[in-house]
Design a protein around this ligand. Structure first.
Ligand code: PEP
Ligand code: MN
Length: 336
């Protein structure tokens, strides 16, 4: 739409798209609103829109994705979560244990997370474990503890849903729905999250290409939820010195194509405590919008992912380091 297009002109275009039997996605940007059209099988004749009042141009998108692209929205998306955000000027830090294990554990970690100035607390209540006999998470009891953490510390809660029922529950207690690596191509779950009012943190699949990952984000957005945060968490390679290979090149690669914010998970990306800080620093240096970090008050007692958990002290030091790096790599505001 033209920069000076009115609400009414925008609404008229949305109506025409709907009347053609397609879905319209209005995405307001800094200077103008773009309206994406999905649901068409083949090419749509641009003359349907071109001469409507307020329309600047009608562009045919030939790429497999439409909504995630910079063509649609040239400026970065800032995902707002209450008074916190991911993708804005501030480095987003999402920290907490792999799994919520008890109220005492969650509160001990949350205390340190709050003290560090981070705005987001992570912790799984539903855990996707490789073995069915491993700790599966506390379920709804875990979500209740997370809701208490939110209340006590004002932290925004990021927690995983494994299925549609999990999304219902996460919506009731938390602020951001995490979709895990193992579910990145669970298309019905992606669609369900796409109908949620909560933002989605979408982890890259264990062996997903960039296109597969971006198309998974497209699934969520195609249902009308445009608040998607991408998370690079490492992919499986032949390397045996790490749990996964953290693909930091994914950050600039995503930036070149998409307006969505990207965070880096050096915990699952490496699997080893000693590697988390260096890779977290590198993630920020490479331009990530944030980090998701596993922290535990007693890593040796953790019920999952203890080997990669930072101690509270290590975490505190890391936050100081990454903030300093973020300042160096973030361009100063114009005139500032
Ligand atoms: C997690 O964040 O605890 C987790 C299970 O992550 P991933 O889906 O990346 O393995
Ligand atoms: Mn974990």
């Amino acid at each position: 739409m033209k920069a000076d297009a009115t609400e009414r002109e925008i609404d008229d275009v949305l109506r025409v798209v709907k009347e053609l039997g397609f879905r319209a996605h209005p995405l307001p940007g800094a200077t103008r609103t773009a309206i994406a059209v999905t649901g068409n099988q083949g090419a749509v004749d641009p003359s349907h829109f071109e001469n409507l009042p307020g329309v600047a141009e009608s562009i045919r998108v030939t790429k497999p994705y439409k909504l995630i692209t910079l063509d649609l929205r040239p400026e970065k998306t800032v995902v707002r979560v209450g008074d916190a955000c991911v993708g804005g000027d501030e480095l987003a830090i999402i920290a907490g244990p792999c799994a919520v294990e008890s109220r005492a554990q969650a509160f001990a970690v949350a205390e340190a997370v709050r003290r560090s100035g981070a705005r987001f607390f992570r912790g799984g209540a539903f855990k996707p474990r490789t073995s069915p006999y491993a700790f599966q998470g506390l379920g709804e009891e875990g979500l209740k503890i997370l809701a208490e953490v939110r209340e006590a510390y004002g932290l925004k809660i990021v927690t995983e849903a494994l299925d549609d029922h999990g999304v219902d529950m996460v919506e009731r207690y938390a602020d951001v729905i995490q979709l895990g690596a193992r579910n990145m191509q669970n298309f019905s779950l992606l669609r369900r999250a796409g109908r949620s009012p909560l933002p989605v943190l979408l982890k890259r699949g264990l062996s997903a290409t960039l296109d597969e990952w971006l198309l998974a984000a497209e699934y969520v957005m195609s249902e009308g939820n445009y608040n998607v945060i991408l998370c690079e968490r490492g992919i499986r390679t032949f390397a045996q010195h790490t749990r996964n290979t953290l693909d930091l090149s994914a950050v600039p690669a995503v930036r070149r194509i998409s307006h969505l914010p990207v965070v880096v998970d050096p915990s699952h990306g490496t699997g080893h405590n000693y590697m988390v800080a260096p890779l977290a620093r590198a993630g920020v240096a490479v331009g990530a919008d944030g980090l998701i970090i596993e922290v535990h008050d007693q890593p040796e007692r953790a019920l999952s992912d203890g080997a990669q958990a930072l101690t509270l002290e290590q975490y505190e030091q890391l936050v100081a380091d990454v903030r300093a790096i973020h300042e160096v790599v973030t361009p100063a505001p114009v005139g500032g």
